[in-house]
Every structure is written in C-alpha cells, then in structure tokens.
Design a protein around this ligand. Structure first.
Ligand SMILES: NC(=O)c1ccc[n+]([C@@H]2O[C@H](COP(=O)([O-])OP(=O)(O)OC[C@H]3O[C@@H](n4cnc5c(N)ncnc54)[C@H](OP(=O)(O)O)[C@@H]3O)[C@@H](O)[C@H]2O)c1
Length: 269
C-alpha cells in the first residue's frame, strides 16, 4: 500500500474502497471481502444508508481500529452548527466507532461555514483525525477560507481520464489540500476507451488497474467501488507496476471535461 501525507501529517492510504449504492447484506459482504483482500481505507457517507453495514463488517473483521482509515460525510440536510454535531454523532454510532479518520462536507451548500466550525471543534477535540470537503470547486474553497480557522485537508471530487480537473488540481496542490477521486472508473465507462485498452495490452494489466495506478501516480487518492470479489482483488493489485511518464501524459490528454455526476455549481439536493 502507498500512503499520502495530509497537511496535518496524517497518512491516508492512497487506495480506498468505495461503497456508494451498495446496501444491506451486499454492503456487508463487499466490505468484508475488501478487508479480507487487504483494503484498510473505507469510504462511506450518511446518505449512502449503509454506515451500519460498514460498521458491522469492520467490527466482525477483527482488524484493530487504528489500522483502519474510515471516511464518512455530512449530508446536505445536516448543515448548521448543531445539526453537524448531531450528524457526526449519528454517523459514529452507525459505524460503531468513537472517532473518524476523515469527515467531509458532502457538497457545497448554504450554512457550510457554521458546519465547518462544528467540524473544526470536533477535530480539535480529537474526534476526527483529518477534516475536509467534497465536490468543492476553487471558489467554494476560497469562500470557506474567509471564515475557516483550519483549512480542509482533503477535497473529494469526480476525477477520471475524461475529467482531469487540472486547474482545481493545481489550486489544491498550492493550498496543500489532498485531491481524492470519486467515480475513478466512470462507473465502468473507462472500459470503453481505446487508448486504455492499448495500455492494458502493453502493461498486461486490466483497464481498471491502469486507471487506478494513473490516479495514484498523479498524487490522487482513489476509492473504486465493486461488489464483485474478483474485481475487488484486481483493483487492489496496483502497487507492483509503474506507468511510464509518456503514457501518463497520454492518459491525461484524454480529458474532455465530461462528468458522470452532477456539477457542484448546478446541484441542489
Ligand atoms: N463525494 C461524492 O459526492 C461521491 C460521489 C460518487 C461516488 N463517491 C465515492 O466514490 C466511490 C467510487 O465511485 P462510484 O461507485 O461512483 O464508481 P466507480 O468506482 O468509478 O465504478 C464502479 C463501477 O465499476 C465497476 N467495476 C469496479 N471495478 C471494476 C473492474 N476491475 N473491472 C470492471 N468493472 C469494474 C463496478 O461494478 P461491480 O460493483 O458490479 O463489480 C461498478 O459498476 C463510491 O462508491 C463512493 O464511495 C463519492
């Protein structure tokens, strides 16, 4: 496993396991399998309605809490100081943990500054090891900076070969905020990109492995989701090869600013 160091010194595993749209026993089984294969970083969110199953899988795995990196997210309806404190407690209860490794504001919304104040306090109280946001463009971050005492350490955003977000990436690097990629496989659509098929043949690795490795070599934390045991394993086996620089640039140049999910500027749940 490779790790990236966050601005406060906390180490985040470069590869995590995504759990969006995986519920009930499917979620329990997928997280159990991921932990068995070796993943130690799990990404969930209150709105995924699977925190309880993630928590149960973690507990039943017997893996020591300090060996795990658990992320969850504060949903849009839970904004404001008190609501955020309550949401944090509910997520911890669901997950059966007494601290989180990473807590994110899920989307930019009104009252984020009040929520951020609550998150800063939880961080200073030692209840969260690292704090961050998700789906924040540069202007959302700049607005948060006007009142934040502590800058976010992570921004989890959509990122894949068709959406490389180079301007945001440069800004995050300048501010020492770690980029984390959601829907890294474009929910499966990367499999249809001809250049990736060529590179898959060249490196004798699956297209998924090429894309996940490309994320990590670009300094981006990546959290692919799968409920299929063979794919869970395949996605974990990306630490024993390196993509050449010239091929990294070829993948970068696939960008077409295509989103599989919502643009945070036109999104209001
Ligand atoms: N912060 C946010 O707003 C936000 C938004 C979206 C997602 N996320 C996070 O990011 C995670 C990943 O994103 P995602 O779930 O949208 O999509 P993704 O990881 O890009 O793609 C998942 C899809 O790819 C398939 N797949 C996985 N590994 C594969 C492989 N090796 N070969 C072929 N197909 C493969 C999966 O199929 P099977 O499952 O059938 O195997 C599933 O259909 C989420 O689960 C969630 O934790 C966050």
């Amino acid at each position: 496993m490779e790790y990236f160091k966050l601005s406060n010194g906390v180490e985040i595993p470069a590869l995590g396991f995504g759990t969006w749209q995986v519920k009930g026993e499917d979620c329990y089984k997928a997280v159990t399998e991921a932990l068995r294969v070796g993943y130690r970083h799990i990404d969930t969110a209150w709105i995924y309605r699977n925190e309880k199953e993630v928590g149960r899988a973690i507990k039943d795995s017997g893996i020591a809490r300090e060996d795990l990196f658990i992320t969850t997210k504060c949903w849009n309806d839970h904004r404001g100081y008190e609501n955020t404190l309550n949401a944090f407690k509910e997520s911890c209860d669901n997950l059966q943990v007494n601290y989180l490794d990473l807590y994110l504001l899920h989307w930019p919304k009104k009252l984020d500054k009040e929520s951020w104040k609550a998150i800063e306090e939880l961080y200073l109280d030692g209840k969260i090891r690292a704090i961050g946001v998700s789906n924040y463009h540069q202007h959302h971050l700049e607005d948060l900076f006007t009142s934040a005492k502590i800058k976010p350490m992570v921004d989890q955003v959509e990122y894949h070969p068709k959406l490389t977000q180079s301007s945001l990436m440069n800004f995050l690097k300048k501010e020492n905020i770690q980029m984390e990629s959601w829907s890294p496989l474009m929910r499966g659509a990367v499999m249809d990109i001809p250049l990736l098929q060529e590179l898959s043949n060249k490196y004798q690795r699956s297209i998924s492995q090429i894309v996940l490795r490309w994320n990590i070599q670009n300094g981006v934390v990546v959290i692919p989701k799968s409920v299929t045991p063979s794919r869970i394993k395949e996605n974990f086996e990306i630490f024993d090869f390196v993509i050449e620089h010239s091929d990294m640039l070829k993948i970068d140049s696939l960008n077409e600013n295509i989103r599989t999910g919502a643009d945070p500027d036109n999104f209001d749940f």
